[in-house]
Design a protein around this ligand. Structure first.
Ligand code: PBG
Length: 322
C-alpha cells in the first residue's frame, strides 16, 4: 500500500515509460483497406471518408507501392462494379473489377499480401450480401456464389480471402471449393463476429452497397450479444478459418478481448469506416488532436487483444510509429 507503493515512480521519465509499456503497435499489425472501381477513369474522393478514394486500377497500384514503402504488409480490396444484378454476378466474374485489380497488383510482385473481401453486397442490385428469396437472403443458395467468388479471387492471385457476408457455413463452403481446386494453402480470414452495426454507414456510401430494402439484421449479429460471438468464432474455426475477425472494433473491445481469450488462432479487428470518419470529422472541426487520437485508438484495439488491425489509418500510423 501507499506510501510503499507509488505507481508514479515508473512514470517519471520517457525511458522508464518506454521500458514498462505493455502494448506496442507495429506496422506489421496493420491491413490497409482500399476501394477500387470501374465506374470512372479518375480516382473519386469518398465524401463520407475524407482522405479515402475509390481508386482506379492505376491509382490502386500506386497505393500498393505506398503500402510497401510504409512497411505495411497487406491490403484488403473492395470492388465497385459498373453493373450490378440480382445475383451479383460481377463478384465472381473472371474479368470483374476485383479480379482485374488483384491481377494488376500481383503482377508487380511487391512484398505485399493481397486480401480480398468476399461478399455480394457491392455487386447485387438489391445491396444484400447474398441471394434474395422471399424478401430475405437465402443462406444455402448464397453459399455457392460466395465460394465461387472466393475461388475467382484466388485464381486472380489473392493471397488471403476474407468472407464478410455472415452466411452460416460459408467458411466450410469456401474451404471445400478452394481445396478441391488445388488452393489448400490459401488462408481464410473470416469476419466471424460481424455485427449489424451503424458504424458501416460511410463504407456503404463509398461502395454504394446500402441494402435497397430492409437491413442486415437477419445475417449480421445483434450488437447486444457477446456469447454468440464465441459461437460464431468456434463454428468458423471448425469449418477451417485460419484467422478470425471482430467487427467493428471500438464499440466492441470487450468482444475482441473475449475472442482473444477464447481462441489460439490470430484475432483481427476491423476499425471500420464510421470509426475512421468520427475521428476525421472531429479533427477537421478542431476538437481532437488527430494523430494522438488515431494512435490511442489503434493502441486500445491492440491492447484489447487484436493481433491484426484493419484500418484506413494504416499508412499514416505506420509512418508515425517508425
Ligand atoms: C461487406 C462489408 C462491409 C464492410 C466490410 N465488408 C459493409 C457491410 O457489411 O455493410 C464494412 C467496412 C467498413 O465500414 O469500414 N459486407
Amino acid at each position: 500500500m501507499f506510501p510503499v507503493h507509488r505507481p508514479r515512480r515508473l512514470r517519471t521519465t520517457p525511458m522508464l515509460r518506454d521500458m514498462v509499456r505493455e502494448t506496442a503497435l507495429s506496422p506489421d499489425d496493420f491491413i490497409y483497406p482500399l476501394f477500387v472501381q470501374e465506374t470512372s477513369s479518375k480516382p473519386e474522393p469518398i465524401e463520407s471518408m475524407p482522405g479515402q478514394f475509390r481508386h482506379t486500377i492505376e491509382t490502386l497500384m500506386e497505393q500498393a507501392e505506398k503500402t510497401v514503402e510504409a512497411g505495411v504488409k497487406a491490403i484488403l480490396l473492395f470492388g465497385i462494379p459498373e453493373n450490378k444484378d440480382e445475383q451479383g454476378s460481377q463478384a465472381f466474374a473472371d474479368d470483374g473489377i476485383i479480379q482485374r485489380a488483384v491481377r494488376a497488383v500481383k503482377k508487380k510482385t511487391l512484398p505485399l499480401l493481397v486480401v480480398t473481401d468476399v461478399c455480394m453486397c457491392e455487386y447485387t442490385s438489391h445491396g444484400h450480401c447474398g441471394v434474395i428469396r422471399d424478401r430475405d437472403v437465402d443462406n444455402d443458395l448464397s453459399l455457392d456464389l460466395i465460394a465461387r467468388t472466393a475461388l475467382s479471387q484466388v485464381r486472380a492471385g489473392a493471397d488471403i480471402v476474407a468472407p464478410s457476408d455472415m452466411m452460416d457455413g460459408r467458411v466450410g463452403a469456401i474451404r471445400d471449393l478452394l481445396d478441391s481446386e488445388g488452393y489448400s494453402n490459401v488462408p481464410i480470414l473470416s469476419y466471424a463476429a460481424k455485427y449489424a452495426s451503424s458504424f458501416y454507414g460511410p463504407f456503404r456510401e463509398a461502395a454504394g452497397s446500402a441494402p435497397g430494402f430492409g437491413d442486415r439484421k437477419s445475417y449480421q449479429m445483434d450488437p447486444a450479444n457477446i456469447r454468440e460471438a464465441l459461437k460464431e468464432v468456434q463454428m468458423d474455426i471448425d469449418e477451417g478459418a485460419d484467422m478470425v475477425m471482430v467487427k467493428p472494433a471500438l464499440a466492441y473491445l470487450d468482444v475482441i478481448q473475449a475472442v482473444k481469450q477464447f481462441t489460439d488462432v490470430p484475432v483481427a479487428a476491423y476499425n471500420v469506416s464510421g470509426e475512421y470518419s468520427m475521428i476525421e470529422f472531429a479533427a477537421k472541426a478542431g476538437v481532437l488532436d488527430r494523430q494522438k487520437i488515431i494512435l490511442e485508438t489503434l493502441q486500445s484495439i491492440k491492447r484489447a487483444g487484436a493481433d491484426i488491425i484493419l484500418t484506413y489509418h494504416a499508412l499514416e500510423a505506420a509512418a508515425w510509429i517508425k
